[in-house]
Write a protein that binds this ligand. Structure first.
Ligand code: BG6
Length: 517
């Protein structure tokens, strides 16, 4: 965590093993991230990358795949020939049947040769871009094939979904923990790698004017929106089992909520920070009955509709989705963190596919000032807002009330914005760059610890169970709309409304920004 503030840190020498090297994640995210780290000198000069998958491929073919992926997805353009050659020669490919331990023994021999060649001190990072059912087998074979016998550290980086519910997550965890210690396991939630999610701590704890107000006395509600325009694309089979609850809420949404709600950690170290996060998850008010779920949670599914003039299919018409599916593509809920700081403050969360915009934003709505003769008698004052823009725009703005210039005592809402991603010359690292780099340095701050994961499943499981009993609760929305009507009612009942994301849509607000608008 502290090193993160220092741009000049380099990872220790290591071999990076990418399991699932011919897959989509490797192509879209992992190779480009490794190249960016290389370009920034963060990998140092003692490193090698081994791609592993079942399909036969020569080193040369593999390097071609990597080149194509970087050209398409990396924020850096390929440099001159020498620069690319220097990177490409560190890539080798190893065809492996992950169910067969003999392949791991061969891998051990070729790894030792690589380590000798590049003076790598036996540090090994295993990135499993694989289906979770395989995590246990790979872990066991890494151990039985001798891959964990080198002198340096061994780290396992894994991707979600971590199970389907608490019992399956727990089983998966046990399989991994037979081989790796908790501090060797790095569970990725890519939202934790995002610049503005990491910035929440700084905004909260490095500014005098937020922290004193950051509690039930001054905050009316918090709104977390993670909206996507995409449908389920070619992932219908996966998504239909998972739905928005398991795909987005159990992980990304709850992680953002914990960053907003956590207490200041006693130290800036990974365990102290994660201790605070887990306390938030454990303070979340659970769901004791189906009625409670119905009262506080809305689930929706998109039907056919239109987005920016384009006609769109309904969810049930998507590839690999059964025509009678009741999987939710939209989720909204009113959550409560039942502790001293937050007692009674609603945290509204919503996420969905085929919504009108791609945008992740966190809105902190402050309580209104007490009505007074001068202003309140004449007009409805808008509440102050702090808005953290996570994705794709990155930045923050605050909305305050100010006097409209002129003779009248009219109050005008003014939004003061710092748009980080609009600044020329800022090319912020991708989430995967930060996360791979952190794992290589052994910094687990922005990875999910098992107890966090367990607490998140324990919140989510009763919701899924209630839905199973009452399939009839599914609400519908047209593709391109802001979810079902019920999601709006959820806030109206409490006297609030969802603030528009991409706040510029609001009329009568004056914008003052670091960029020209
Ligand atoms: C993934 C989900 O974890 O996050 C996807 O599986 C979703 O369904 C994606 O589209 C959203 O991530 P981002 O970074 O594009 O907001």
């Amino acid at each position: 965590m502290t090193d993160q503030l220092n741009d000049n840190v380099t990872a220790e020498g290591a071999v990076y093993f990418i399991f699932g090297a011919t897959g989509d994640l490797a192509r879209r995210k992992l190779f480009p991230a490794l190249y960016s780290l290389y370009r920034e000198g963060k990998l140092g000069d003692k490193f090698a990358i081994v791609g592993l998958a079942r399909r036969p491929r020569t080193d040369e073919q593999f390097r071609e795949d990597v080149l194509e992926s970087i050209k398409e997805f990396c924020r850096y353009k390929i440099g001159d020939g020498q620069d690319w050659q220097g990177f490409a020669e560190r890539f080798t490919y190893h065809s492996l049947d992950i169910g067969n331990v003999d392949g791991f023994r061969e891998l051990k021999a070729s790894t030792e040769a690589l380590e000798a060649r590049y003076s790598i001190p036996g540090n090994r990072l295993f990135y499993l871009a694989l289906a979770p059912e395989l995590f246990g087998t790979v872990s066991r074979n890494l151990r039985d094939g001798g891959m964990l016998e080198s002198a340096g550290w061994h780290r396992l980086v894994i991707e979600k979904p971590f199970g389907y519910d608490y019992p399956s997550a727990s089983k998966l965890n046990e399989e991994i923990r037979h081989v790796f210690r908790e501090e060797e396991v790095f569970r990725i939630d890519h939202y934790l790698g995002k610049e503005m999610v990491q910035n929440i701590e700084v905004i909260r704890f490095a500014n005098a004017f937020f922290e004193p107000l950051w509690n039930k006395q001054h905050i009316a509600n918090v709104q977390i929106t993670l909206a996507e325009t995409v449908g389920v694309e070619e992932r219908g089979a996966y998504y239909n089992k998972s739905g928005a609850l398991r795909d987005m809420v159990q992980n990304h949404m709850l992680q953002m909520l914990t960053m907003i709600a956590m207490e200041p950690p006693s130290h800036l170290d990974p365990e102290a920070i994660r201790d605070e996060k887990v306390k938030v998850l454990r303070s979340l008010r659970g769901f004791k009955s189906g009625d409670e779920v119905r009262e506080r949670v809305i689930r929706g599914q998109y039907t056919s509709g239109e987005l920016r003039g384009q006609p769109l299919n309904g969810y049930r018409e998507e590839d690999s989705v059964p025509p009678d599916s009741t999987t939710e593509t939209f989720f909204a809920a009113r959550l409560f963190v039942d502790n001293f700081r937050w007692s009674g403050v609603p945290f509204y969360v919503r996420t969905g596919k085929r919504l009108p915009v791609k945008s992740t934003e966190i809105v902190v709505e402050f309580k209104n000032v007490p009505g007074n003769l001068l202003f309140a008698s004449r007009q409805q004052l808008q509440p102050n807002l702090l808005v953290i823009r996570v994705n794709p725009m990155e930045g923050i703005y605050i909305k305050i009330n100010a006097k409209k210039p002129g003779n009248e005592m009219t109050v005008q809402p003014v939004a003061m914005e710092f748009c980080q991603s609009c600044q020329i010359g800022i090319n912020t690292p991708e989430a995967y760059e930060r996360l791979i780099f952190d794992a290589a340095r052994g910094d687990s701050t922005y990875f999910t610890r098992w107890d966090e994961l367990a607490a998140a499943w324990q919140l989510v499981d009763p919701i899924a169970a209630a839905w199973q009993e009452h399939a009839a609760d599914l609400a519908y929305y047209s593709a391109g709309a802001w979810g079902p009507q019920q999601a709006h009612k959820l806030l109206h009942q409490d006297g609030f409304h969802w603030w528009p994301v991409n706040g510029q849509d609001e009329d009568n607000v004056i914008w003052v920004s670091n960029t020209s608008k």
